[in-house]
Design a protein around this ligand. Sequence first.
Ligand code: HEC
Ligand code: HEC
Length: 279
Amino acid sequence: MVTPQGASAADPSDLTPIEQLGKHLLFDVNLSTPPGVACAACHGPDVGFTGPDSAINAAGAVYPGAVHTRFGNRKPPAAAYAGDSPILHYDADAGTWIGGMFWDGRATGETLGDPLAEQAEGPFLNPLEQNNPEAKQVCIKVSHSGYANLFREVWGPQSLDFVKDVAGTYQRIARSIAAYERSPEVSAFTSKYDAYLNGSATLTGQEEDGLELFEGKAKCANCHVSQPTDAIPKPLFTDYSYDNLGIPKNPANPFYSMPPKWNPLGDAWIDYGLGAYLK
Ligand code: HEC
Ligand code: HEC
């Protein structure tokens, strides 16, 4: 099981209180039913906060939930560097949808004004992931945790009231997680490419050739934005839009053989991504 100690090179004391709180929440294995599956089970710090199991990644690529026989349908993307995605919207100039969270954009950000926080409300209650029956259970578990006092310090003495204000408490949990995901411990901007952009590193000849191809003939940068712009000062190799890449099925994905309750279409299931959500 992944532990918070492995979380990063940064000194944990560098985190602000809300970021520290979010870190506790992201690594808390008690926040699933049954206990055992933290967010970090599918978003491991040692692999850039994506799926940490190379055997799984090489095969079905989807991760078991708290009930170990249940699998979701998609591979976990990185939970790092996700905080700059805007609220899902149609960009008429670009002629495309931009923003939101998840592969299909369904955590739009419209409810909380923040796609990343809105995303964090999902997994705790997803029966294929952390499988808590309702938000109240999550709030109760947090109120019994070792970091409950930190929670009240960050959000106020009444902030963990799971009797009077489940919705507000649950939102605060989600916003705390988003704060940690945006922190320099998770979204560090310490890659060689970041150093190259700010002038403190030079690329090798081969790297220069690669970048030229990437931005030129190979057209990768058409979608994977690599140069800073006014809108995106720190490029993250994404344009926050959606593309149908025509990726074929992965027959090793265990979701195809999940019972009809979770996958009524069986082998015929097709991931329509954003299209299915917008429909
Ligand atoms: C059982 C594995 C699993 C667990 C547990 C889990 N996730 Fe995920 N996570 C996924 C998968 C799979 C996706 C993509 C789902 C989709 O697109 O439908 C995802 C998507 C995300 C994304 C969206 C990234 C993007 O670019 O769109 C974020 C952020 C994230 N998870 C954070 C979390 C947090 C925070 C928790 C705990 C509250 C959590 N995850 C728990 C598997 C998991
Ligand atoms: C039409 C837009 C488009 C073009 C052009 C494109 N990609 Fe992608 N690429 C995507 C999408 C969409 C994904 C999957 C979602 C994601 O990771 O954002 C993806 C995923 C990837 C990933 C996996 C990222 C991850 O987090 O798992 C890599 C690596 C990648 N592309 C590299 C390239 C390279 C190299 C080129 C040029 C040869 C290229 N792409 C051209 C749209 C594009």
